[in-house]
Design a protein around this ligand. Sequence first.
Ligand code: 6CS
Ligand code: FE
Length: 281
Amino acid sequence: MAGIDAARTTAGPAPLTAAMVADYHRDGFLLLPGDHLPAELLAELVEAAPRVLAQQGPQRVLERDGVTVRSVYGPHRTDPVVARVSRSAELAGAARQLLDDEVYVHQSKVNLKAAFAGDQWEWHQDYINWRDRDGIPRPDLVNVTVFLNEVNEFNGPLTFIPGSHRHGLLAGTDTDGMPAGYEDGPNWMATLTATEKFQVDRAVIRRLAEEGGLVSPKGPAGSVLMFHPNVLHASSPNLSPFDRGMLLMVYNGVRNAPRPVASPRPDFLADREVAPIPLAA
Ligand code: 6CS
Ligand code: FE
């Protein structure tokens, strides 16, 4: 474990070096090597993933084909292995360093992006969903993902525009109505599908990509990728014969707890238990 960064206000495990923290704040994302998570924890997680993806209920979202599982939300609340991983020093400790605050899990999901059928995620920023739908005041959250399969250039990696998180909220249009294939779904389904609800103008995406380039972090199963809630990102459909499963945890700072909203989303999308994750010093 790296030493405690002098500037930090929260004691406890500090798995990220000061250089890693600086890279994250510069680029808006940070890829850690495949051995960041203890091997036995990764093995348990890989074994838990099919169990999570087999969950039935509103927390399971299908692709537009109506057959392939796209995501299952809230496993940090329903699966004991995911709960333990979400409270690990390697992940929650890193989130606490990046947010410089005590943290809790606002949202978790397993995105399968299945072989041959896993659909796209159009260019978007995450935070607007958590501000507009969940009442979270500031973008003081962090996505922490664990690769459940190898991520390569063939199976639909996440693609980022480095530095795009420094321009605030970019969405130009809030698309009304329900996306094709989800016409009869609940309204909270509108921000979980291959059709992005909060569209960013293509001229803005092009300008930021010309400034910052495009990066698709790749790595073996067990790699940990962290990214800012305002960094522009997307992923293509997976036409390869290999799944691109990811566990994503969204950590929020306890000082950034959600304010009341008119129609709260279900707890598998927005966890309101904001007690800080206890991390042994
Ligand atoms: O609505 C949400 O919470 C989800 N929607 C997107 C497009 N990304 C973040 C989040 O998982
Ligand atoms: Fe996203």
